[in-house]
Design a protein around this ligand. Structure first.
Ligand SMILES: Nc1ncnc2c1ncn2[C@@H]1O[C@H](COP(=O)(O)OP(=O)(O)OP(=O)(O)O)[C@@H](O)[C@H]1O
Ligand SMILES: [Mg+2]
Length: 1036
């Protein structure tokens, strides 16, 4: 099974200084529910704003799947109280439960979940005359195993109709009796202010008042003692009554089977924990984990056995000794599963929190979906840190451990907040997927900062990194003080081909020039078609579609659309018959998503089962297209490289239209990631890639396929302001390092420190560090303070200035902090508050202006600052968006792609939050605090308010939220208590798998909110420990 032998290399882990930080408690994230407070560590301590936060850090440029967090957390209190009650009942019932354990435990069914679907397949052939002709039908095994239609497996823990909230039961019954009127939500529209008049007013600097009303939450709590369980229960009842108010959802009954299962599980976890503590190799039921984990893998993933390499890796001695580890296998090698088992060990056996860092928002959401059901079954929390989701610092849980699944940017903010509150030791494990991202621009620099800070600030946190495309592993090992495991195993063979003219060559390492002739492409084109399709794309795709899926990577967005259209134009009309009804449904859905508008290109291509996929689409559109492709309704996607490391989309054949990304020649890493989408385990049983090459590029391509992967180099130095300067500022801000010596010591432990001699030959590391510190001091972000201790020579200590603090806390790029300060200061002279336009201008991200091409000649004719003009133009776009909440209309009006407009909105929401936190640190900007809180909310939730609670659930975007809402699922509690089977029936085009994932994610989110409230209640009822005895009287 294995293609190559495992290799283990070792590096010793040097002791690194552990810096403790002040334990601060506060919650100021704009995305946190207003009623919540973090437990405070010290009495009388002032609440602090979130460090290096966050929600205000926009995830990468490609990350345009930004999502929404909620401000309304009240619905979860009911569930929280239920949880408390359940815990109470559970402790009473435990004895009787265990008695019946054996017989009850056998009740749960265990089904495999991946099933091969046999279908009649149709094979297309070419006519002798040239163009493609009809279908040939024959029996054959169909391997699109993602098909959900036949998957009738029920997840453990799924509710049946009895468990539905009463409101839904009623609704469900009504659905059966009568047809349901579709609800039309009416949104209030702001009175349309003319932009020009606003602009005039801004320029005239007329003064206005802001009228934002502070939100008040009245939570009346009866006092009670913390020790008396019965009294506490009455308090909970009181809370329940007060807080649930008009809640219609009925709380579900505690299932006896569930209690029994939990009892068995906790016992198994206990045994496993003991086992892992006393043993150096795996002697537990399943790698030290309860056997239930194995069952869940079968049920949720269809994974019966681990691959041999996975077993070898999991039983490595270095892992038993909790050493850091890097492992590398080809794409689709099954790397994730190993990391997931290690994560479960950490959460369940070692009882520590875990951070999992993934490269894109969409992948984070997919992982939250996938692991929420494990969390529900095994009793840990899954918390999403992506887009605008995530709390800083995270809530400290007493009972359960948390798995934080984060993008790189949010992961960094999370680590900063944990260091600042002295809680970084709570992280037992940090897992980084796609470790090669370390070499990718400012995101790579941010990833490096996360890892370097963890290494420096927490000796007990283990780091695991994985990738399919690593070369200079030695450098990474030295940086992470890690061991290395590698294997060549790939469960599905991937055949690589290169097409030059009409010849197809196989990539063959043994051949002299790396290529051996394989075959001539079988096609007959008319001269017209030859002109339109010189690369023979139609011939290549029709060898696989419609029965198998195919991806074509194109070098530009426009090219994606053109290729999709061109193929459809010459494709036989009979392709339209394949899954015709589902394709019509897809068109209908996309039209709904576009609020009546549909992209004309998609309208023409979808009937043929073809669509394009790139960042010009909104995240809702992309998601729907991905779903249709995964289900086989669409058989061909033309896409840009952003899909290469994105969601797990299956492809029998991957075609690379040209060896270019935009105008740059393809890198080996990019090539490997793109072709790696073909032949995914569990989805396809074969995979092949074809790279189309022109004669002129022949020699370059030979180099490409034969060359090793590119090295991964630190970006801390290249990304000067976003890299080293931002890092040094945060080191002083977080008190990780206080003087140049400590900073230098820290820098030696970075990847840049490891590679410095190669990356910067002229300057030494200490020169570079000194230079960066000099810049920060010059900009007024840091200041030097000489200290002279008794009989010791004077030492220069570094202190962060107020502006530095504001910059670091607001996660503002050091390059823009001056401009931001100036703009806000100028704004104070005369803020135009008649509309939000002036505020929007102030919160329009500076870096978005580079991509903006205002179609606005008047301004170009004048001698004006382009940065200002572009920013103003973008603030008009945002202003229209806030008024219309319709991305389609706004993108048409401004002649910008929908994806760009959506990205602008997400970036502005993040930056607005950054500016808010920046302003909080500077007294003179007190007024912005009130103004920007409101604006940030509006930008974050540029949808109808009623959809927000549903959109909190991972992966539920606007259109799905609207469908759910219209079907009666109005709150998180409705979703969490719903039955996936009912959801499938009620919601159009929702697969069983998606329904299960939505319910699991909603359950997880509800549980997470309930836990947070529980913490809050306990914090509130805690007897103060810092008061002299006489002051305290016993509360009734
Ligand atoms: N032991 C196993 N048995 C069957 N299927 C497995 C096993 N391990 C993993 N898989 C499946 O293989 C597929 C690919 O795995 P995974 O996504 O972990 O690959 P990867 O190594 O991370 O690839 P990439 O580098 O492309 O991200 C997944 O669908 C996963 O469920
Ligand atoms: Mg992977």
């Amino acid at each position: 099974m294995e293609g190559g032998g495992p290799a283990v290399r070792r590096r010793s882990r040097s002791a690194s200084a552990c810096k403790s930080s002040r334990d601060r408690a506060r919650s100021r994230g704009v995305c946190s529910p207003p009623a919540r407070k973090r437990p405070s560590s010290g009495a009388g301590e002032e609440p602090q704003p979130a460090p290096g936060s966050p929600e205000y850090n926009n995830d990468s440029e490609e990350d345009m799947f930004g999502d929404y967090d909620s401000f309304s957390g009240n619905d979860s209190l009911l569930a929280q109280v239920d949880d408390m009650e359940q815990e109470c009942i559970q402790s009473i019932d435990l004895t009787s439960c265990t008695k019946n354990m054996e017989e009850k435990a056998t009740v749960e069914p265990a089904f495999g979940y991946l099933q091969l679907q046999n279908a009649k397949s149709k094979e297309l052939i070419f006519s002798a005359a040239g163009n493609i002709i009809g279908f040939k039908t024959e029996e054959e095994s169909h391997v699109r195993t993602t098909s959900e239609q036949d998957n009738r497996t029920l997840e453990p823990g799924d509710c049946f109709l009895d468990d539905l909230p009463s409101s839904q039961l009623l609704y469900f019954e009504e659905m059966n009796k009568t047809s349901v009127d579709s609800r039309k939500s009416s949104g209030t529209k702001e009175s349309a202010n003319d932009m020009n008049s606003c602009l005039d007013k801004m320029l005239n600097q007329s003064s206005c008042h802001h009228n934002a009303e502070p939100t008040k939450i009245n939570n009346e709590l009866s006092p009670s003692t913390t020790s008396n369980m019965s009294k506490r229960k009455s308090l909970k009842d009181h809370l329940k009554n007060t807080m649930t108010g008009n809640a219609k959802a009925q709380t579900p009954q505690v299932s006896r089977t569930k209690l029994l299962k939990e009892a068995v599980l906790s016992e198994e976890i206990c045994v496993a924990k003991k086992t892992i503590e006393t043993s150096s190799v795996d002697v537990g039921p399943f790698y030290g984990l309860p056997s239930k984990v194995k069952d869940l893998l079968v049920q949720f993933r269809g994974i019966e056995n681990l691959y041999e390499w996975q077993h070898t890796c999991l039983t490595l001695e270095s892992l038993q000794q909790r050493k850091n580890l890097i492992y590398s296998l080809p794409t689709s090698g099954g790397k994730t599963l190993v990391a997931e088992i290690l994560i479960l060990q950490e959460l369940l056996c070692r009882q520590k929190d875990v951070l999992m860092v993934l490269p894109y928002v969409a992948i984070v959401q997919e992982k939250v979906w996938a692991l929420s059901s494990f969390g529900i079954e095994l009793g840990f929390l899954v918390e999403e840190y992506a887009g605008s989701k995530g709390r800083f610092p995270p809530i400290k849980r007493r009972m359960k451990k948390s798995l934080y699944i984060a993008t790189i940017e949010k992961g960094h903010s999370l680590v900063n907040s944990l260091i600042e509150t002295g809680r970084v030791g709570d992280l037992g494990l940090v897992v980084v997927d796609e470790l090669h991202m370390l070499g990718e621009g400012s995101r790579g620099a941010t990833l490096e900062m996360i890892l370097a800070k963890i290494l420096y600030a927490s000796k007990t946190t283990q780091i695991i990194g994985m990738s399919a495309t690593l070369n200079n592993v030695g450098d990474l090992q030295q940086f992470l003080q890690a061991e290395y495991y590698a294997n060549n195993f790939r469960p599905v063979e991937l055949k690589e081909y290169v097409k030059i003219q009409d010849s197809i060559y196989e990539v063959d390492n043994k051949a002299e020039n790396g290529l051996t002739f394989s075959r001539l492409l079988n096609f007959k084109y008319s001269s017209n078609l030859q002109k339109m399709d010189p690369d023979h794309l139609i011939a290549l795709v029709t060898e696989v579609i419609p029965n198998y899926s195919c991806l074509i990577f194109c070098s530009t967005k426009k090219n994606c659309e053109n290729v999709a259209e061109m193929i459809c134009k010459y494709l036989n009309k009979e392709y339209r018959n394949h899954r015709e009804k589902e394709k019509q449904d897809l068109i209908k859905d996309l039209k709904n998503i576009g609020k009546g508008s549909l992209c004309p290109v998609l309208k023409r291509t979808i009937p043929f089962g073809i669509a394009y996929h790139h960042s010009g689409l909104t995240s809702d559109e992309r998601k729907r297209i991905e779903e249709a492709y995964s289900a086989g309704v669409l058989c061909l996607l033309t896409c840009t490289s952003t899909l290469a490391a994105g969601v797990n989309l299956p492809a029998r054949r991957v075609i690379l239209r040209a060896p270019y990304v935009a105008t740059k020649f393809l890198k080996k890493n990019q090539y490997k990631q793109m072709i790696g989408r073909a032949g995914r385990a569990g989805i396809d049983n074969a995979g092949e890639s074809i790279l189309i090459v022109q004669e002129k590029d022949k020699h370059l391509v030979r180099d490409l396929v034969n060359s090793p992967l590119e090295n991964c180099y630190s970006n801390l130095f290249l990304e000067f302001t976003k890299g080293i300067q931002s890092l040094l500022l945060s080191l002083v801000g977080l008190k990780i390092a206080r003087n140049p010596e400590e900073i230098y010591h820290f820098m030696c432990g970075t990847l840049f420190g490891v590679q410095q001699q190669f990356l910067s030959k002229e300057k030494s590391l200490s020169d570079i560090t000194r230079e960066a510190l000099g810049c920060l001091i010059e900009k007024g972000l840091l200041k030097e303070k000489m200290t002279c201790e008794k009989e010791q020579k004077s030492q220069s200590n570094l202190e962060i200035t107020q502006l530095g603090q504001a910059t670091y806390k607001g996660s503002i790029d050091v390059a823009y902090c001056d401009a931001l300060y100036r703009d806000l200061k100028k704004g104070l002279e005369g803020l135009v508050l008649e509309s939000c336009l002036h505020l929007l201008y102030l919160t329009t991200p500076y870096d978005m202006t580079y991509h903006c091409r205002p179609d606005w000649m008047i301004y170009f004719r004048q001698d004006v600052d382009n940065g200002v003009v572009n920013r103003l133009y973008l603030s008009f776009v945002l202003y229209s968006l806030l008024k219309e909440t319709n991305i389609w209309n706004v993108s048409e009006k401004f002649n910008m792609s929908r994806g760009y407009v959506q990205n602008l909105l997400n970036s502005a929401a993040s930056f607005s939050s950054c500016v808010l936190h920046f302003s909080e640190e500077l007294e003179e900007f007190w007024v912005y605090k009130a103004l920007l809180t409101e604006l940030t909310k509006r930008l974050t939730y540029c949808v109808k308010a009623e959809l927000i609670p549903l959109m909190e659930v991972a992966g539920v975007l606007e259109s799905r939220a609207k469908q759910l809402y219209d079907s009666g699922y109005k709150t998180l509690a409705h979703l969490a208590n719903s039955d996936p089977e009912t959801l499938v029936k009620m919601i159009e085009h929702l697969s069983r798998r998606q329904a299960r994932q939505i319910v699991s994610s909603a359950k997880m989110l509800l549980r997470e909110k309930a836990e947070a409230l529980q913490e809050e209640v306990e914090e509130l009822l805690k007897v103060p420990t810092d008061t002299s005895e006489g002051l305290l009287t016993t509360l009734p």
